[in-house]
Design a protein around this ligand. Structure first.
Ligand SMILES: [Zn+2]
Length: 197
């Protein structure tokens, strides 16, 4: 059974409530991302908030983090699962602060359109690097992820000049379950493609 249509209606309704014209979505390139309903805890993030990921993603993340740790690399969590309602609150707060919709969507996904809803996306940080900044690209953690992330099924969603019109996000990694040189049945992957922040 496909629940996309009702989820889409939920997203449309949320945008209407936020006063954001639907054209910002229909003209955009970002697909809808459904909320995950099979979340498990992955412990505390850099700010000591408990974070969650989708079950398989969580075990792969923990395995990857351990492997990095053995190589002397710290992969810290900045942000993992974010709910539809949490994303809506982020947008509402930014609108209330006086930011324009264009300013907001250049760095934040609208509710329903964040890859973090899937529970498969992690914003990764490392000590000594300000979180969610391009400086992450210069860290040993980033070069380790670039080398080894794929072994655990993780890839970077938003490279420079990505087709989604999302800013370059070297910190944002998503589990798509496809290890290198293997053809994997993608039934467990998100039904909708990637998205932002
Ligand atoms: Zn992100």
């Amino acid at each position: 059974m496909c629940i996309i249509s009702s989820y889409e209606e939920r997203a449309v309704l949320a945008l209407r409530e936020l006063g954001i014209p639907i054209s910002f979505v229909t003209q955009g390139l970002r697909p809808l991302h459904e909320e995950c309903d099979d979340l498990v805890s992955i412990g505390l993030d850099m700010f000591e908030r408990e974070q969650q990921l989708e079950r398989t993603t969580a075990s792969q993340w923990q395995a990857m983090r351990l492997a990095a740790d053995r190589d002397g690399i710290v992969l810290a969590i900045v942000s993992a699962f974010r709910s539809f309602d949490y994303q809506r609150q982020i947008i509402a707060r930014k609108l209330a602060a006086g930011l324009s919709i264009e300013q907001i969507i250049s760095v934040s996904a609208l509710p329903g359109f964040s890859e973090h809803h899937t529970g498969r996306a992690v914003d990764v940080g490392t000590p000594g690097c300000p979180p969610v900044t391009e400086a992450f690209e210069q860290t040993q953690a980033f070069s380790w992820l670039t080398r080894r992330g794929r072994d655990f099924g993780f890839r970077m969603s938003y490279s420079r000049g990505n087709k989604f019109g999302v800013i370059y996000e070297p910190w944002h990694w998503v589990f798509d379950g496809a290890p290198p040189n293997k053809t994997v049945e993608r039934t467990g992957a998100p039904r909708c493609g990637p998205d932002a922040t």
